[in-house]
Design a protein around this ligand. Structure first.
Ligand SMILES: C[C@H](N)C(=O)N[C@@H](Cc1c[nH]cn1)C(=O)O
Ligand SMILES: [Zn+2]
Ligand SMILES: [Zn+2]
Length: 470
């Protein structure tokens, strides 16, 4: 039987065994691998070990790469490295995914416990279901099925899975550089860690924005003060911070930091035309996000705002009073958090410089006696590829096989910091192959993965392997 003839058999087995893979996802979601929370670091490590065991159980040679420490008492989770097949006559595909998740609490407004997988109307709710445990498990499922059916893989596989992506992939670049010999034979890479542009049409993704994340700490007193006793007598940290944070971005979403816009690569005529045929409806998008407005009045500009222009978001203020009720406190120390999504030709280094200079200039203008500490926290580079290569062609054929339609070629506004590094270190093309839908609400309350996307995603991944190997 030829390679591609195996696919119907594989698809049938995926359908018949889907419950087993939902159960695997259930196990994974229950591991609270929140990389941003030091108290959850043992869970991040456990999650990496869990994934290592899964890869081992399907016959991969596995190892855990020690990535060192984030802080003296805080170990980084190890990277999971897996090798499946060493046939020199075959191409080698590197698969990257992450096992850590964003923080989540039921009190944030989840309808169900974020760390229990709960299926409602074909939607699998749970933190990490779509970002990125579901897609990682979809790969494991494909290997399980192929092994069970006794079907030889048409390509060799190498897995690189990490537990710090949501915190800037700390340690991974160095880990890859220390293990360069193990990835030097990679011909293609595939990452399933983003989402379709809509709910129905699959896509392949050729660009990512990078990220630069900042902390601005302002302190005004030794400890919190009474706003009645002390109000009007001491300059308040929160007033300074809110003033600074209000001067980062305009109501139209324009970044107010001088020099950022000048470093954005100019829009070419050729690029402009790419936005015309993309299947995207602004009103549907607005409805799915439940947003009260949009920062553009046409589809092309809205997509460009999401994909090819930088944006600045304010995330929170640590130390500010945020519980219910009317506490009358003056917080002694507050830390504002914001990030910029960066695009070609902005680099994290150039962005840090412009941001820090601007914050220092604002501070000088403010003339406050309080103390300020500006910390660039983590950075990740943007990535832009050519979607006309053999990797994308194989991905597109795989999607056609499963969905009977050609994919849209999209860019992604989010960041996967290690993507460019993988491309540069392997010297080979990377493709993003999303399986989740636009309304999965990654990072938000009630994150979910549709069972249909999960199952069809497994089929696309399997078909992609055969298309690559054909
Ligand atoms: C697109 C990907 N699934 C994702 O969510 N990436 C994160 C990466 C990150 C970097 N700092 C914190 N998280 C993102 O785009 O926010
Ligand atoms: Zn994420
Ligand atoms: Zn992710």
């Amino acid at each position: 039987m030829g390679h591609l003839e195996h696919l119907n058999e594989v698809f049938k087995a995926i359908d018949e065994n889907q419950e087993e893979f939902v159960e695997l996802l259930r196990e994974a979601v229950e591991i609270r691998s929140v990389s941003a929370d030091p108290a959850r670091r043992p869970d991040c490590i456990k999650m990496c070990e869990w994934a290592r065991d899964q890869l081992k159980s399907v016959g991969a040679d596995t190892s855990l790469w020690d990535l060192g420490f984030e802080k003296p008492d805080l170990p980084l989770p190890p990277a999971v490295f897996g090798v499946y097949g060493r046939d020199k006559a075959k191409k080698t595909l590197l698969i990257y995914g992450h096992l850590d998740v964003q923080p989540a609490e039921k009190e944030d407004g989840w309808n169900t416990d974020p760390f229990k997988l709960i299926e409602i109307d074909g939607k699998l709710f749970g933190r990490g279901s779509t970002d990125d445990k579901g897609p990682v498990i979809a790969w494991i499922a494909v290997l399980k099925i192929l092994k069970r059916l006794g079907i030889e893989l048409p390509v060799n596989l190498k897995f690189v899975l990490e537990g710090m992506e949501e915190s800037g992939s700390e340690g991974l670049e160095e880990g890859l550089k220390n293990n360069l010999d193990k990835i030097s034979d990679v011909n293609f890479s595939c990452i399933s860690d983003n989402y379709w542009l809509g709910k129905n049409k699959p896509c392949l993704t050729y660009g990512l924005r990078g990220i630069c994340y900042y902390f601005v700490e302002i302190s005004c007193a030794r400890q919190d003060l009474h706003s009645g006793i002390n109000g009007g007598s001491v300059p308040e940290a929160m007033n300074d911070l809110v003033w600074i944070m209000s001067q980062l971005v305009s109501v139209q979403g324009e970044i107010l930091i001088p020099g950022i816009a000048e470093l954005v690569a100019p829009l070419t005529k050729e690029e402009e035309t790419l936005y015309d045929n993309i299947d995207f409806c602004m009103e549907t998008f607005k409805g799915e996000m439940g947003s009260h407005g949009l920062l553009a009045d046409n589809k092309q500009r809205l997509l460009m705002n999401r994909w090819r222009y930088p944006s600045l978001s304010l995330h929170g203020i640590e130390g500010a009073f945020s519980q219910p009720g009317a506490k009358t406190v003056i917080p002694a120390k507050v830390t504002g958090k914001f990030s910029l999504r960066i695009v070609p030709d902005l680099t994290p280094e150039a962005t840090d410089k412009l941001v820090v200079n601007y914050l220092n200039a604002l501070w000088a203008k403010r003339g406050s006696p309080n103390q300020i500490k500006i910390t660039p926290c983590h950075g990740g580079k943007p990535w832009l590829a050519d979607f006309r290569d053999a990797n994308f062609s194989a991905g597109a054929r795989a999607i056609e096989r499963v969905f009977g339609t050609t994919p849209d070629f999209t860019r992604e506004g989010g960041s996967i910091p290690i993507t460019l590094t993988i491309q540069e270190l392997t010297g080979s093309p990377v493709m993003l192959l999303p399986i989740g839908a636009s309304d999965d609400m990654a990072h938000s309350q009630n994150e979910k993965l549709n069972r249909e996307n999960f199952v069809k995603g497994m089929k696309v991944l399997a078909a992609y392997l055969f298309e690559l190997g054909a």
